[in-house]
Ligand binder design. Structure first.
Ligand code: UGA
Length: 434
C-alpha cells in the first residue's frame, strides 16, 4: 500500500484521496484552508458528491486518512505526492499556474528523500517539465514526475473516478519500468484501460477531451433555433445521431442552456490561448465558446418573449448548479440568465435549487430564495428550468398550475413532458423543439 499526500484538497483532491483510501492506501489531505480540514475531521464534506462522505468517514475510521495544513508533515510522511491544484484562466485564456509554481517551490524546499510527484491538475503542455525544473532548483536528489490527468465528472465524481474509461499515465521516461509498474499497480484498482504515454501527451489529451465534449454540446446547441423554425424535435435528431456507433449513446449531444462549470469554459479558452501563442487562430474552438455564450442568451430571449410577461412578472428559476447532483455554481448558466434578467429590469425573481443555494447566495444577487419547488412557484408567471435535477423531472404539472398565476414554462433542459404541459394549457418552450 502506498503513502500518498494530496496537495490541494478541493474537488479533485478530495475525491482522489477518498477513492485511494477505499483501496487501502494511506492518505494525507493537505490544504491551506484550515477551516475546511477541521470540518473534514468532523465529517463535514465541503462538496455535494454521492458516496464521498461515506468513503471519507470510512477512511478516518480505518485511520487511513489524516489532514494537515503543514506541507512539510504531508510531504515527509508520504512517498507519492499528488498535486491537485486549481489552474484558473487568466484574462488571455491561458491557465494561471501560480498555485502549481508556488507549491512546487515549497515541495522542493521541503523534500528530503526521493518522491514520486504526480500532477493531477488540468494544466498546459510543459507543466510537468516546469514542476521538475522548479523542484530541481531546490532539491538536488533523485525524484520522479508523472502526469496523470483526471477525467472525473462532477455530480458523479466517485463513480466516474473509479470507473473511468481510461487512466492516462504520462511519464518522462518510458524506459523507467520500475516506476511504470508501480504506477500501473496503483491505478489498476480503478477501472478503465491504462494508457502509458509521455507527460506532454497526457497533459494535452485532457484539454483536448474536454474541448471535444464542449464542441459536441455547442454543435447540438447550434441547431436548436433551426429545429424550432423547421418544427423538428431536436431530441429525435439527437437520438438518431447517438445510434451511430461512431458517435455513441453517451455523446454530449443533449441540447441545453450551454455548458458551465469550472472545466469546459476554461479548457476551451485555454486551447484557443495556446494556439494563439503558436500563431494559429483556432476558429473552431472560438466558435464553440461563442455558441455557448449565445445559448444562454437564447434562454433569456425565450423568457422575455413569453406572451403577457412583463418586468413586474414573477419569474421562478429552478436550478442554480451548472448541472444536476452538484452544489457547484461556478460558471452557472442560471447566474448568467438571472443577471441578464436583472440588467433588463426583471426584478421579481425567485429561485430554488435542492443543494446549490448556499453557494449561489455568495453572488449577492437581489433575488428571493424559496425553500421548496412549490413555494418558489406560488403566484409565479413563468417557470424556468435551468438544471436537470431529478426532483424537477417529477414535478406534478397539474398541481403547479394551480399555484402559478400564469401557466408558462421555459424548459432549457427539455426536462418536462412537453405534450402533457401543453395539453394542460401551459405555454411551454423547450430548446430545439416546437
Ligand atoms: C467535465 C468532463 O466531462 C470530465 O471528463 C472532466 O474530468 C471534467 O470536466 C474536468 O475537467 O475536471 P464536468 O464539468 O464535471 O466534467 O461535467 P460534465 O458532465 O462534463 O458537464 C459539463 C457541462 O456540460 C454541464 O454544464 C452540463 O450541463 C453540460 N452538458 C453536458 C450539456 O449541456 N449537454 C450534454 O450533452 C452534456
Amino acid at each position: 500500500m502506498e503513502k500518498i499526500s494530496i496537495i490541494g484538497s478541493g474537488y479533485i483532491g478530495l475525491v482522489t484521496g477518498a477513492c485511494f483510501a477505499k483501496f487501502g492506501h494511506q492518505i494525507i489531505f493537505n490544504d491551506v484552508n484550515q477551516q475546511m480540514l477541521d470540518d473534514l475531521n468532523k465529517g463535514i464534506i465541503p462538496i455535494h458528491e454521492a458516496g464521498l462522505k461515506e468513503l471519507i468517514d470510512d477512511g478516518f475510521q480505518k485511520k487511513l486518512i489524516s489532514t494537515t495544513t503543514d506541507k512539510r508533515q504531508a510531504v515527509n510522511n508520504s512517498d507519492i505526492i499528488m498535486m491537485c491544484l486549481p489552474t484558473p484562466p487568466k484574462k488571455d485564456g491561458n491557465a494561471d499556474l501560480k498555485y502549481i509554481r508556488n507549491v512546487s517551490k515549497e515541495i522542493g524546499a521541503i523534500m528530503n528523500s526521493s518522491k514520486i510527484i504526480i500532477n493531477k491538475s488540468t494544466s498546459p503542455v510543459g507543466t510537468s517539465k516546469m514542476i521538475r525544473e522548479i523542484i530541481r532548483h531546490y532539491y538536488h536528489g533523485e525524484f520522479h514526475m508523472v502526469s496523470i490527468p483526471e477525467f472525473l465528472q462532477e455530480g458523479k465524481a466517485v463513480e466516474t473516478f473509479i470507473n473511468g474509461d481510461r487512466q492516462v499515465l504520462g511519464f518522462e521516461n518510458l524506459g523507467n519500468h520500475a516506476l511504470i509498474e508501480r504506477m500501473k499497480k496503483l491505478f489498476s484498482d480503478l477501472n478503465g484501460e491504462i494508457v502509458l504515454t509521455d507527460t506532454k501527451t497526457a497533459e494535452f489529451s485532457k484539454y483536448v477531451s474536454n474541448a471535444f465534449l464542449a464542441l459536441e454540446i455547442s454543435f447540438i446547441n447550434s441547431l436548436t433555433s433551426i429545429c424550432e423554425k423547421l418544427k423538428i424535435d431536436i431530441l429525435d435528431v439527437s437520438k438518431i445521431l447517438k445510434l451511430d456507433k461512431r458517435i455513441g449513446e453517451k455523446a454530449f449531444l443533449n441540447p441545453g442552456p450551454g455548458y458551465g462549470g469550472m472545466c469546459f469554459p476554461k479548457d476551451v479558452l485555454s486551447i484557443v490561448g495556446i494556439s494563439d501563442r503558436f500563431g494559429y487562430t483556432n476558429k473552431l474552438l472560438e466558435v464553440v465558446t461563442e455558441i455557448n455564450v449565445r445559448q444562454k442568451e437564447q434562454v433569456f430571449r425565450k423568457i422575455i418573449s413569453v406572451p403577457g410577461l412583463n418586468k413586474e412578472s414573477r419569474i421562478t428559476i429552478l436550478g442554480l448548479a451548472f448541472k444536476k447532483d452538484t452544489s457547484d455554481v461556478r460558471e452557472s448558466q442560471s447566474k448568467t440568465v438571472i443577471e441578464k434578467l436583472l440588467e433588463n429590469g426583471y426584478q421579481n425573481i425567485t429561485v430554488y435549487d435542492p443543494v446549490a443555494m448556499p453557494n449561489f447566495k455568495k453572488f449577492n444577487l437581489p433575488i428571493s430564495y424559496a425553500d421548496s419547488i412549490e413555494n418558489s412557484l406560488v403566484h409565479s408567471d413563468c417557470l424556468v428550468i435551468m438544471t436537470e435535477w431529478d426532483d424537477f423531472k417529477s414535478i406534478d404539472l397539474a398541481e403547479i398550475k394551480k399555484l402559478m398565476s400564469s401557466p408558462n414554462i421555459i424548459d432549457s433542459r427539455n426536462l418536462l413532458p412537453m405534450g402533457q404541459a401543453r395539453s394542460l394549457g401551459f405555454y411551454y418552450m423547450g430548446m430545439g423543439r416546437n
